[in-house]
Design a protein around this ligand. Structure first.
Ligand SMILES: [Ca+2]
Length: 261
């Protein structure tokens, strides 16, 4: 609940955010008619991005701090975010970081994210801590869930594997191999809560640098998905579990292969 005196500020924040979103609409993607995360990420240098389970841009400054604390971390500082960016941490979504500042790290310049710039896109210190954004946390000992993977070959597992995964997980793995290579995914084990349309828990795979374009499939249940081959040298995997019913989890292997004509 908001106190009456906060309503003005809230409205201001909403209008400001609405203007911002309209201005930025082209910068992010529409998927299924919804303005969708163009996030890909992960725990480089202990820094990671989180959004609310309710979706993009739902966290006040206080809530953002709580999200980081929940996983044993705290808000990332500007320097930590920049250090992560320098080793490839790229997320197209503005989030709170230390001392009430908002911004996001851009590695790859492009017209569709970060105004064509590379660096920390910095909105500065926000006077209104009720504004709603995502969050950047810092926790060098964070759980194994997601990451930026650049090895030529690697096993990817659901968190806690071979134990069952937990509720309310959000993991992104971004695989990036050498330019001119492709990525072959091979599933070894697969057991994710079965649900019509995979609306409960799922693994999504994108043949792309982010999770807007290149959708290659959403998987749940216990049937082993078929092998997948990327068209380029990047791929993004997203695993999400909801608030009830878990399952055995999954294990898959990726392999970088030289481009086949
Ligand atoms: Ca579930």
């Amino acid at each position: 609940m908001y106190a009456t005196r906060d309503v003005g500020m809230l409205l201001f924040g909403l209008i400001w955010t609405a203007c911002f979103v309209l201005e930025e609409t082209q910068a992010w993607g529409y998927k299924n008619g919804i303005l969708h995360n163009s996030i890909w990420l992960e725990q480089a240098a202990g820094v990671y991005h989180r959004e609310s389970r309710k979706g993009r841009y739902q966290l006040t400054y206080l809530e953002a701090k709580a999200v980081c604390r929940f996983e044993g971390g705290k808000l990332a500082t500007y320097d930590q975010l920049e250090a992560a960016r320098q080793i490839g941490f790229h997320v197209c979504a503005a989030g709170w970081f230390d001392r009430g500042r908002v911004g996001y790290p851009i590695v790859k310049s492009g017209s569709n994210c970060g105004f064509g710039k590379v660096g920390i896109i910095d909105y500065g210190y926000r006077l209104n801590k009720s504004e709603r954004w995502d969050v950047y946390c810092y926790n060098p000992t964070a759980k194994e869930c997601g990451g930026v993977l650049t090895d030529q070959q690697r096993i990817i597992q659901s968190p806690r594997y071979p134990e069952e995964y937990e509720d309310e997980q959000i993991c992104y793995w971004h695989i990036r191999v050498r330019y001119g290579q492709q990525i072959r995914l091979r599933f070894l084990e697969f057991d994710v809560e079965e649900d019509t349309g995979c609306l409960a828990d799922y693994l999504e795979i994108y043949d792309s640098y982010d999770d807007i374009s290149g959708f290659a499939g959403r998987f749940c249940g216990d049937e082993l998905p078929e092998d997948l081959l990327s068209t380029g040298n990047v791929m993004t995997l997203k695993f999400l579990s909801d608030s009830s019913v878990t399952a055995g989890g999954f294990q898959l292997e990726y392999l970088a292969i030289d481009f086949i004509d």
